[in-house]
Design a protein around this ligand. Structure first.
Ligand code: ZN
Length: 311
């Protein structure tokens, strides 16, 4: 669920350089590595994304429904240059499962105000649910654990900000969630969510930190790398899940910049949120409640992180 703050525009700035722009390079690389993988690619969607202050709407052709590579996708180092050091060795990633299944029973605690630098905000929220009662907090923890397993399999050190019932009956608060990533000196941080908006709104989006400065918040150094992280995840998530970028915000890019999220404002490490789909839409909910789909979602997130780390 998006942390709602209607006083703030939800997508204050369009992406300066759509992540699709870099997809072309990825497509070429993929073609070189595994040409047969391209057979199933379906180039179906033409997206015209234009922000409010962009007078030149880009015409974007986005590949959807491409199969996930079954082997390690990173190009092998040239034999003439010898083996390179593993770019994933010694790297740390923090995965932040949005909300906590216990938050519903601890509304007083999660309603307390915390300082997010630019302003005060609630410690945490309950998150949303599907119409059948599947909680966003269950979803986010399940996907986060799957991402952890995938990244650990690549040799990455992974920390989760919490595991719900395990020693955390509620929370953590959003400032603590940011602090966990900062203190771990994480190379990348991803907060996992699903949205809760009206039916008919579908698809995923990545939330990128705006440039903010105030109190303990100063995102100047993470805005650029966080966008790179977000673009990587968006491209890989679309590929592994077949999902489209959200049709209700982000001008079809799947990327949204926000300045009102404490978890981003207080981060000193490259960090994004992902809203994997809309729990209140029946079609999206059918995916979000499927363990098989959640594995694809986790694969896309993990692949995006690995790509960002250079693996
Ligand atoms: Zn959420």
């Amino acid at each position: 669920m998006r942390y709602e703050d209607r006083s703030q525009p939800s997508d204050a700035a369009p992406p300066a350089r759509p992540w699709y722009a870099r997809r072309a390079t990825l497509v070429v690389a993929a073609a070189a590595v595994a040409p047969t993988c391209l057979a199933g690619w379906v180039l179906t969607q033409v997206l015209a994304g234009a922000g409010p202050d962009d007078s030149r709407p880009p015409r974007i052709v986005m590949p959807l429904a491409a199969p996930a590579p079954t082997a390690a996708p990173s190009p092998a180092p040239s034999p003439s240059t010898g083996a390179k050091a593993d770019p994933l060795a010694g790297r740390t990633v923090v995965i932040d499962p949005g909300h906590n299944t216990g938050n519903f029973q601890h509304t007083d605690e999660i309603d307390q105000q915390v300082d997010i630098g630019t302003n005060l905000k609630e410690c945490d929220t309950t998150g949303t649910t599907t119409n059948s009662g599947y909680m966003e907090a269950e979803f986010s923890l399940d996907v986060s654990r799957r991402v952890r397993t995938l990244l650990e399999g690549r040799g990455v050190k992974v920390l989760l900000t919490h595991e719900a019932g395990k020693a955390r009956a509620w929370g953590p608060c959003i400032d603590e969630r940011a602090r966990i990533g900062n203190e771990a000196r994480a190379d990348a941080v991803v907060s996992v969510h699903a949205d809760g908006v009206s039916a008919g709104n579908r698809g995923f989006h990545i939330i990128l930190p705006a440039k903010v400065k105030g109190g303990g918040a100063d995102t100047a150094k993470i805005v650029g790398p966080s966008r790179q992280l977000g673009e990587r995840i968006a491209g890989n998530f679309a590929r592994t899940t077949g999902s489209s970028p959200a049709n209700y915000l982000g001008s079809g890019t799947g990327l949204v910049v926000r300045d009102d999220l404490g978890g981003l404002n207080l981060s000193t490490r490259p960090k994004v949120f992902i809203e994997c789909g809309n729990m209140r839409d029946a079609k999206d909910a059918a995916q979000l409640t499927s363990p098989e789909w959640r594995q694809k979602a986790a694969q896309g997130i993990a692949d995006g992180i690995v790509g960002f780390l250079g693996g």
